[in-house]
Design a protein around this ligand. Structure first.
Ligand code: PHE
Length: 448
């Protein structure tokens, strides 16, 4: 039996759920270390350009497809383009969020471990991320705990689970990150870090850095993998799609910048290396917190705890949205009930996550195209699957759907007025700019 389809109650809860999906490890773990590895402010400039010219059109395309069909990815493609090759895009976007969830859950597990550390122990007295992640048992335990927590929320369904959870956690995240950022920028020596975030040095921008900035902006907004499409399918027909999408994008962007200000000034204040890579927040920050704890013990411990709580909560709401994409597919297309769908997705992601986790230790010798299993999944998702999915979604809306169909969705079937000039710009971005630029970046990366 297929479940009755639920909807988000209003714009606030829709935006909170979508922003909950968008704001995650992408903002707080990936963004700062990518900025650190790719030349600071110059990377942020490309990231912002990509957010406006590429991510927004993709976001709108997914929103249009999801809301107009009220179906998740595969069903939506089947409804709008029956028995065509587009079903492969539907299937691709069922698979890709689950690939992401598998390794994402491993990092989510680390964040539980660090939160516990900051609650009970001195952070600087702990092993580094590489020591911690290479042990076999503990990370697996926390990977399991993280994935189980997601499963419990997803089991609650759209309104009793996802909506209820993110309505509280998303505003909470902003409060938490603001506290940590305020602390970080007032540290002695922090101004160097602030300058690093604000003064671009374009000489550091390689084609690879541009590709990474684009991938990062898709990753951060959960784009190209059908997650926003699925969430948009729960947005009511009366809602203004452009406002919902813009609202979510702005929240996500502001949060990423705040996370940058929470982390970089502290890194510089402690005279550490901004280009430390994926270990940046897990290795560098505990060290900094530990060192500062010597002078103001209670406050620093509290900040460390708040920081890792932010990491964990933001990761959970994102992981929930990835799981929901797969669960919605199994319910709608395969006739599963929610519980059974959840168990199947849990089992698949847990297993792939196990391999990703072990690739820091006993499986570190296994290389796929020169990368560990974890690195391969991350790079496959953000450098290939997300841009590819995003490009195909814009092509679908720009070229396969008719202009009037798209306009109808913006005007809620003619019941809402929509500025014609804005529509023209948005449609142009969807039809020409986003697909062409993504293709160009793909090609230039192959050439270099
Ligand atoms: N946007 C999430 C983050 O920033 C990651 C994500 C990717 C979520 C794809 C859902 C789908 O962490």
């Amino acid at each position: 039996m297929m479940e009755n389809r639920e909807n988000f109650k209003n714009r606030f809860t829709a935006v909170m759920a979508m922003a909950g999906s968008a704001i995650g490890l992408g903002n707080i773990w990936r963004f700062p270390y990518m900025v650190g590895q790719n030349g600071g402010a110059a990377f942020i400039v490309v990231y912002l350009l990509s957010a406006v010219f590429l991510s927004l059109p993709i976001f709108l395309s997914e929103a249009i497809i999801g809301r107009s069909t009220q179906k998740s990815t595969f069903g939506a493609m089947e409804q709008l383009a029956p028995s065509s090759a587009w079903k492969w895009l539907g299937l691709l976007t069922v698979a890709s969020p689950l690939i992401i969830l598998s390794y994402y859950s491993v990092v989510g597990g680390w964040s539980i471990e660090y939160l516990l550390k900051s609650l009970f122990f001195r952070l600087d007295a702990y092993p580094s991320l590489s020591e911690l992640s290479s042990s076999s048992v503990t990370p697996l335990f926390f990977h399991t705990a993280f994935l189980l927590t997601c499963a419990l929320v997803v089991k609650g369904g759209v309104s009793k689970g996802i909506e209820k959870f993110s309505k509280i956690t998303t505003p909470l995240l902003f409060v938490l990150i603001l506290v940590v950022a305020a602390y970080s920028v007032t540290l002695p020596g922090a101004s160097e870090g602030v300058r690093y975030l604000l003064k671009p040095d374009f000489s550091k921008l390689t084609p690879e850095a541009i590709m990474s900035a684009m991938g990062q902006s898709f990753f951060s907004l959960s784009l190209g993998v059908g997650t926003m499409l699925t969430y948009a399918s729960y947005v009511s027909k009366e809602e203004n799609l452009l406002r919902t999408s813009l609202g979510t994008s702005i929240f996500d962007l502001v949060f990423a910048i705040l996370a940058g200000f929470a982390i970089m000034p502290a890194v510089f204040a402690a005279g550490m290396e901004p280009g430390a890579g994926p270990g940046l927040i897990f290795d560098t920050l505990p060290f900094i917190f530990g060192k500062m704890g010597e002078s103001i013990p209670r406050l620093t411990e509290l900040i460390a705890m708040l920081f890792f709580l932010t990491v964990l909560v933001s990761a959970l709401t994102s992981a929930i949205s990835m799981m929901e994409t797969g669960v919605a597919y199994l319910i709608e297309e395969k006739g599963f009930n929610r519980d059974k769908a959840m168990v199947v997705i849990f089992a698949g992601c847990w297993t792939l996550g196990l391999l990703c986790s072990l690739s820091f230790g006993s499986l570190s010798g296994v290389k796929l195209m020169g990368m560990t299993i974890f690195g391969f999944c991350d790079s496959l998702a953000s450098n290939i699957l997300m841009p590819l999915g995003g490009m195909l979604f814009t092509i679908f809306v720009g070229w396969k759907m008719s202009r009037s169909q798209v306009y109808e969705e913006f005007t809620n079937s003619g019941t809402r007025s929509f500025n014609k000039a804005v529509f023209k710009i948005v449609y142009f971005l969807i039809r020409y700019v986003a697909p062409a630029v993504i293709l160009l970046i793909f090609i230039s990366n192959l050439v270099y």
